[in-house]
Write a protein that binds this ligand. Structure first.
Ligand code: SAM
Ligand code: SF4
Ligand code: SF4
Length: 338
């Protein structure tokens, strides 16, 4: 019983946020001086998360990505990874800022994690501090060096004009050195990006033009699928990706759902609210009842958040102001998991 939504999109990918806490303060995600955190007692336990994933499997989910906040801040994360790795999943991945990766990589690999994506926006120590308010670039680079998993290592870089858009080439070269595939992410006007401004967005088209000027003709690799990144190839064969969520959204192909650390089921990154799964989980709902709830929600999904934001054109600004986010922390990117 794999449901499709109102736009005939199946449900295949699940992004599970395991915490809303973070050890960085990236300018495009958490630029404010303080935040309202999810109460500890509302955070789903590993047993609850594992039960929930079991209910998503019959609906068609084959790929799970752990995220946050910073997922490696969640204590004993390899215990959850081990439980999820025992399930029939095609892909079990983790998105991390890399700060704690060196110390946890071996335990995560042993627990059965397939692959890791590390966010890396700059290779310059001063710029890293300016962007994230923490002096952790050396630890992130150590984490990347320690990231040996069966699946390919990916590096994600949010490109912001006047901030790090002079590092397209150095980041590509570095990714090649560490055997990773780099993905450039367009700066998005998501909840949390309270300083977002469309002049700061470096579009997919501009990224490609700049890289072509440096490397020569760039060719698309394959046809765009449900994955957010479109892949390209440099003349020397090196592959990289671009996630053009801001200027060329891929909502029509979107097969992903999100669950926040306190069990809110979101059918879009831009959704204004989610379905509370914690209450039925904790009040003894049966497996069949939970599956029905998930299937019903997916069948009624018509979200096209990024396309709707793109249609705002010149009127486009931050999705939500800091006071709105303080009153509704579920809108935050660090709560939704990106
Ligand atoms: N803390 C982990 C990390 O940074 O990799 C995982 C959670 S983070 C919210 C997931 C992804 O969202 C990161 O790759 C981050 O760069 C991306 N992200 C956050 N805010 C963004 C924004 N305004 N535009 C584009 N990507 C953003
Ligand atoms: Fe940066 Fe990820 Fe933390 Fe957001 S959640 S501040 S993107 S490290
Ligand atoms: Fe999917 Fe929503 Fe992102 Fe569009 S904006 S790709 S519907 S999560």
């Amino acid at each position: 019983m794999s449901p499709v939504d109102r736009l005939a999109r199946p449900l295949r990918n699940l992004r599970l946020s395991v915490t809303d806490r973070c050890n960085l303060r990236c300018a495009y995600c958490m630029p404010e001086p303080d935040y309202v955190w999810l109460p500890n007692e509302q955070i789903l336990t590993f047993e609850e998360l594992s039960r929930l994933v079991d209910r998503f499997l019959p609906l068609g989910v084959t790929r799970v990505r752990l995220t946050g906040g910073e997922p490696l801040l969640r204590r004993e994360l390899p215990v959850l990874v081990k439980a999820l790795a025992a399930k029939p999943l095609e892909d079990l991945a983790l998105t991390t800022n890399g700060v704690l990766l060196a110390e946890h990589a071996e335990a995560l690999r042993t627990a059965g994690l397939h692959r890791v994506t590390v966010s890396l926006d700059t290779l310059k120590a001063d710029r890293f501090i300016a962007l994230s308010k923490r002096d952790h670039l050396p630890r992130v680079l150590e984490g990347i060096a320690a990231a040996r998993f069966p699946g390919q290592l990916k590096l994600d870089a949010v490109v912001i004009r006047g901030v790090n858009d002079d590092e397209l080439e150095p980041l590509l070269e570095y990714a090649g050195q560490v055997g990773a595939e780099l993905r450039f992410i367009e700066y998005m006007d998501v909840g949390g990006a309270t300083h977002w401004n469309r002049e700061h967005v470096v579009s997919r088209a501009e990224i490609l033009t700049r890289l072509e000027a440096r490397y020569g003709k760039i060719a698309p690799l394959g046809v765009p699928g449900p994955a957010p990144a479109e892949r390209f190839q440099l003349p020397d064969g090196r592959a990289f990706g671009i996630v053009a969520s801001t200027t060329a959204p891929f909502c029509r192909r979107c097969d992903r759902a999100r669950v926040t650390a306190d069990g809110h089921f979101l059918t879009c990154l831009y959704a204004s609210n989610g379905l509370d799964l914690k209450t039925p989980l904790r009040s003894g709902a049966t497996a069949a009842e939970l599956e029905q709830l998930l299937a019903w929600t997916w069948k009624h999904r018509s979200d096209r958040g990024a396309e709707e934001r793109a249609a705002l054109a010149a009127q486009r600004g931050p999705l939500a102001s800091a006071p709105v986010l303080r009153a509704a922390p579920h809108l935050e990117m660090h709560t939704r998991g990106g």
